[in-house]
Design a protein around this ligand. Sequence first.
Ligand code: CP
Ligand code: NVA
Length: 308
Amino acid sequence: MQSFLDIHKTDATELRAIIDQARAMKAARNGRPKGEADDDQPLKGRMVALIFEKPSTRTRISFDVGVRQMGGQTMVLSGADMQLGHGETIADTARVLSRYVDLIMIRTFEEQTLMEMAEYADVPVINGLTNRTHPCQIMADVMTYEEHRGPIAGKKVVWSGDGNNVFASFAHAAGQFGFDLTFTGPETLDPERAWMDFAATKGRPITVERNPERAVKGADLVVTDTWVSMHDPQSARERRHNQLRPYQVNEHLMSLAKPDALFMHCLPAHRDDEATSAVMDGPHSVIWDEAENRLHAQKAIVRWCLGL
Ligand code: CP
Ligand code: NVA
C-alpha cells in the first residue's frame, strides 16, 4: 500500500511498471463499451473517495469510470460539501475517511493539504492536482507519447508558456524517464527552481530559452497549458495574457519543430490563446488520446497504490 503523491517521489522503475500496466490494461479492453467491466476485477469490494476542492472534468470522470471498470465503487465529493470546507482539520478528515474507504484521491489548492492527508490517512492517497504539481496528467502524457512514437527517453520535449504545476510534473518526468526538457516562457513565469534542480540531479538539466522559435527547433514533442491556472488570481489574467502571447503554439511555431513532432495539452484549453485551433485539431495533435489515457494511466496508478 503506497501513496502516489508526485513523479519525483516515486521510484523510476515503479513509474515504468505503472506505464506498462496501463498499456496492458488499455489493450485488454480492446475497445469494449465504456460501461462494461474489465475481465480482471482487482477492485471488487473496494471503495474509493474522489475529493475535489477545484473544478474538474477529466480527472473526476476518468477516475470514476476507471475504478468502476475495475470492479470498485466511488464517491465523488466536493471539499465544500464536506466538513473539511467548514473547519474540520485535514488530519481528522484523513483519519475518518480511512475507516470508510480504501483509497483517497484529492484535488486541492495547497500541496500541504495533500501531504497532511497522506500523513494521517491509513489508506493510499493520490494527488489529483495541487497548485504545484499534476503527476497523474504526466503519466498519461508519457504513455501517450510512447504509444505514438516509442520510448520517450532521449527525446526533446519543449514546454511553451507558463512554468506552472503541469510543467513541474514534466520536469520531474524528465528526470525519471530520461528525456530532455526545454522551457520557453517569460522570466516572470519561470518554473520553481526546485523542479529544475530535480531534473538536473537526475542528469537531465532543463534548458531555458526565452525565444520560442529557437526553443522548438528539433522538438519531438511540444506542450502547452492554460495561461491562467485555477489557483491564479483573475486579477493577473490580463498581465499573464500579455506576457504569454508570444509563446502561443500556432502552426508557425509547430512548423519549426521536427516534421513528426507531437503536440499535447492537458486540457481544458482556451482555444486561440495558448494554442490555436489549427494546432489543436491539426496533424501533430494527440490531445484526445492524451485525455483518454488519463483513464488507463490512473487505473494502473490505483492498482499500484493498493498493491493489486
Ligand atoms: N487535465 C485535467 O486534469 O483536466 P480536469 O481539470 O478537467 O480534470
Ligand atoms: N495548470 C492548470 C491545469 C488544469 C488541469 C490548472 O492548475 O488550472
